[in-house]
Every structure is written in C-alpha cells, then in structure tokens.
Design a protein around this ligand. Sequence first.
Ligand SMILES: Nc1ncnc2c1ncn2[C@@H]1O[C@H](COP(=O)(O)OP(=O)(O)OP(=O)(O)O)[C@@H](O)[C@H]1O
Ligand code: SF4
Ligand SMILES: [Mg+2]
Length: 377
Amino acid sequence: MSLLELDDVKVHFPVKRGVLFDRTVGHVYAVDGVSLSVTAGQTYGLVGESGCGKTTLGRAILRLNDITAGHVVFDGTDLAALPDEEMRRARRRLQMVFQDPLGSLNPRQNIESILAEGMAAHGIGADREERRTRILEILERVGLPATALSRYPHEFSGGQRQRIGIARALVLEPDLIICDEPVSALDVSIQAQVLNLLEELQDSLGLTYVVIAHDLAVVRHISDVIGVMYLGQLVEEAPSDVLYAEPRHPYTRALMSAVPVPDPDLEDSRERILLRGDLPSPANPPTGCRFHTRCPWRQAERCDTERPALTDIGGGHRVACHFAAEIADGTLEPVRELAPKLLGAETPAAEVPAEVPADAAAQREKGERGEKESTTP
Ligand SMILES: Nc1ncnc2c1ncn2[C@@H]1O[C@H](COP(=O)(O)OP(=O)(O)OP(=O)(O)O)[C@@H](O)[C@H]1O
Ligand code: SF4
Ligand SMILES: [Mg+2]
C-alpha cells in the first residue's frame, strides 16, 4: 500500500527584478512534473546531481515550499490542498532530517529543549517529566547517552549530531521521514553507522523513508526503489536491484559508471560514461528531452523537441527516454567523443575540465569538422 503519492508535482520559483516594483521576469523550474509513489514501510531513494531539485521536492512534500501544481497525497489526504492549520498538524506524521546536522540545530538550546520543543507544539507528553522519559527512550534508540540531555549541539561529533536530528524526528512518532542527504556531511566510516541506524529504526518502528542523496552508492543498500532526477524531472525509476543491474536511461548509466566496483577485474573493464558540461540552468531548461544537451545517444529533432514520457517497461521499471530500447539492445551507438568508453582508467572523470562545453551539438559539430577534442587531457 502506498503511503505517499506524488502526482505531477511542480515547484516553480518566480525570478523577480526591479527596484520599485517586483516584476516576475521568469521562473526557476526546480521541480517540474514529478509523479511517484512510496510504499508504506519501504525506502524510496531519490538521486541526482546538485541542483536537480531533490531538496525542493522533499520540502514540497512537507509543504515547506509552496507547491505550484500537482498533488501530494499522504495516507489518502492531499496535503497540497490542506488549510495551514491542518497542514501543521499533519506535519507531525511527516518529518525531515536535514543534510547539515549542525546548521539545523539551534546552538543556544540544549538537546532536551530541542527535542521537547516539537513534542510540546504537537501536544505529545502531558508534562515535562513525561516528555523527558520519552526523549530518554529515543536517545537510547539512536545510541546517545542520557547525559546528552543537558548538552549543546556543538559538544557532539558530526555523526552524533545526525543522531540528534534523527531523534528530533522520532520523538514526534512520524510515519514518514524525509532524510535529505543524511550522511553526506559525515566521514565515510560514520556514514555506514548512520545508515545502519536508519535501517534498524525502520525495522523496529515500521517507518517509511524518502532518502535523498547525490551519491548512488549511499542509497543503494538502503533503498527498495530508486528514482533518478535530472533538472526537476524523474528520468528513471526502478526497484534498487533492477536499477543497478539494468540502468536504462543514459543519465543513470553515466551516474552508475562513476560508482567504483570493488572487483578489480570488473573495475578495469566496465563501461565509463563521462558526462560533458554542467547541469543546464533550471531557469532555462533545454526543450524536448532535458538531457539532450549532454546525452551521448541524442538523436537530433526528436530528442531536441519532444519530451519523453516516463514509461513503464515492466517490473516497476520506468524510463523517460525515446530510445531506451535501442540503447539497451545496442542498435543505437553513443557518439564516441561524447561518451568515451574507457577501458582502464586513462581519463578519470574527475580530470575532465569543468569548462568543457555543455552543448552536445557543439561537440558533435566539432567532431564532424574533424577538430581534435581539445579539452580531453
Ligand atoms: N527558494 C528558492 N528560490 C529560487 N530558487 C531556488 C530556491 N530554492 C532552490 N532553488 C533553485 O532550485 C534548484 C533546485 O535546488 P535544490 O536545492 O532543490 O537542488 P538539490 O538537488 O537539492 O541540490 P543539492 O544536491 O546541491 O542539495 C536550484 O537551481 C536552486 O538554485
Ligand atoms: S530521449 Fe534522446 S536525449 Fe533524452 S536520454 Fe533518450 S536518447 Fe538521450
Ligand atoms: Mg539538496
């Protein structure tokens, strides 16, 4: 049963100009038509590079950002249409754990005060004693000592602060937690501990998660389903194992090819797709398929003009690419200079200079004119 359903959700931020009169001169299309469903008790991993709209979508679910269009149906209620006071009450059941554990905790409040604040606002616990008992239970669950109660955020390590952030969500007894980059600010050794804690809590408390990350490796083990976002839209979605075994969208393939494989033989022989150029501006997204300016398989005309729909290809696998089938069976070849398949690590992705032109058409023309790829070392 799905606990959360997003139907064509859009979040467009107006771009204002003018000294006396704020004129709207355009929009940032941060989230532009996302539909997905999160099953109760499962984890939905949302990945994509910086600026693709992951946080905006997470915040829109909690209505911390205004929703421009679409529906956010949580347990049968459309949150997008809920009056503010009802939304405030509904928010107890939907919590968010933020990327920056220190920035999201008030440095002047001790841990008891931080955790009790939300409980009091939502009427949880009859009095201070009852709230304290509950907080102590939760602190133990997240692996923090009772002495944490009277201490302040700066007295804790990054991993411990993230545990405090998780405890702050848990004291409100939520059903769904949106974890926005829950481990990206932490050392690699601590990341696994926090991810394991999230999994343990899910098992024991029956929680549902949306886990946001820019790193596929982070969401892989924790997610049941993964959605890949590009420039405000979902380009692929599949059960986690399926996405890893058979990524079908060129963007997912490129993201996947950047994740190292522990087996040295596989690591040497696997396909690597180097994405050229930066993410285009969400204020002026490319027409047609938004990925066409960087896609090594781009076919002129259709890709440039026609937006591919997110299409179910069976087994809960959805892909938004006109040529997903041809790319998968090899009948459509990538343009080599846009996607060098490196055998061995001759040119690690990190060494590709940032100023590589973003426009694939420019690259293609260059190739046709026989110019040497000047930006590849
Ligand atoms: N309040 C706002 N007003 C205008 N533009 C915004 C606002 N919030 C976000 N944006 C823009 O929306 C786009 C998506 O931002 P968002 O923070 O959702 O990306 P993200 O995928 O979470 O990136 P990151 O991985 O860096 O956290 C960006 O271009 C950002 O500049
Ligand atoms: S629709 Fe075209 S440009 Fe978009 S991902 Fe598929 S092949 Fe690439
Ligand atoms: Mg973000």
